[in-house]
Design a protein around this ligand. Sequence first.
Ligand code: NAP
Ligand code: GDD
Length: 335
Amino acid sequence: MKNALITGISGQDGSYLTELLLEKGYNVYGLFRRRSTGEYGNVAHLADKIHFIYGDMSDLSSLITAIIESNPDEIYNLAAQSYVAVSWAEPLFTNDVNGAGVAKLLEAVKLVKPDTRVYQASTSEMFGKVQQIPQSETTPFYPRSPYGVSKLYAHWIAKNYRESYNMFVSCGILFNHESQRRGKEFVTRKITNTVAKIKYGKTDCLYLGNLDSKRDWGHSKDYVYAMWKMLQHTEPDDFVIATGKTYTVREFVEAAFLCVGINIVWQGKGANECGIDAETKKTLVKVDNKLYRPAEVELLMGDSTKAQKLLNWYPKYNLQSLVKCMIDNDLELEK
Ligand code: NAP
Ligand code: GDD
């Protein structure tokens, strides 16, 4: 029986990864921040199967203790201040957790159990102002947010520990992945949840920022499987994980409304653009300038050929099946 330590266990990916590892017979340990509400987030339904260890990425002593207590064969470092928009409001905190926190974790692994296999959650945000389309492992980075910069530091320090100390540290450069467990501040879940509320008359309009930005959206379940595959591979490496398809936020909105039988047509441009119900002529989508970011990542589209070849990894979900499962969940929630 293998031991796995997951940081960020209460998040979206942490919960799906926990389900996968439990299915595979792992002992799962989760680094967990104390919460004033005492809740277990996305792993509440698995709480009796997880060994929780209090800790924080900014606290080296807690990371050392977590490694001693869990004696891990594998560590999945998923903990992060993961919301890009907030990284402008909290740049230093974002860097402490996402950047310096990773150096602390790697140092703890090196000191306590250097043969542990480590997964680092790198991100397509590191490509930022993209230098190539599609983006692969060899595309130069150009981060566009404090979040992207913090993750780029983490990516390089992870590679550095791999090369300096011969440690098994793999980085998954994952493109956006979503699910019904996604936080409601992220655009996909905000859309599916608000569409469900509109359907049940609980609200009348969806307010969004940049409708033109394009993302390569997959499902978290597919992506945590890729994380696990990376740590079973013969060698540590970097892998892009993506669907290879890109859609605008506007197209995601259209797909979500179609799931509840509403056909959206667009009128106006820029801040004056709005989405109108083709049948009732009601305005259901408006642009709110406050939701634009100081700098934007306009287009992400990943090339996961390397993961397909070396890990035999392929996504099962496409945009339509992703949107459908998120909408079905939110309709149930808002009923
Ligand atoms: P998420 O739902 O926001 O989960 C983040 C997790 O990190 C939560 O469990 C959170 O705990 C924990 N955390 C935050 N700050 C912490 C700290 N200081 N110490 C310990 N734990 C802390 O994110 P996700 O979507 O699952 O993403 C997982 C990882 O993949 C993140 O590193 C993210 O940056 C990266 N990533 C995500 C995507 C994506 O599209 N989802 C793409 C590429 C990379 P609380 O519950 O206590 O807040
Ligand atoms: N959140 C949000 N809310 N985004 C909006 C909105 C809105 O009302 N309106 C438009 N957008 C646009 C954003 O400007 C961005 O271009 C796009 O929708 C996606 O935003 P998010 O869903 O917040 O995700 P993200 O792409 O910034 O970051 C996510 O993906 C990264 C991987 O590329 C996060 O999961 C990161 O942690 C992850 O690394």
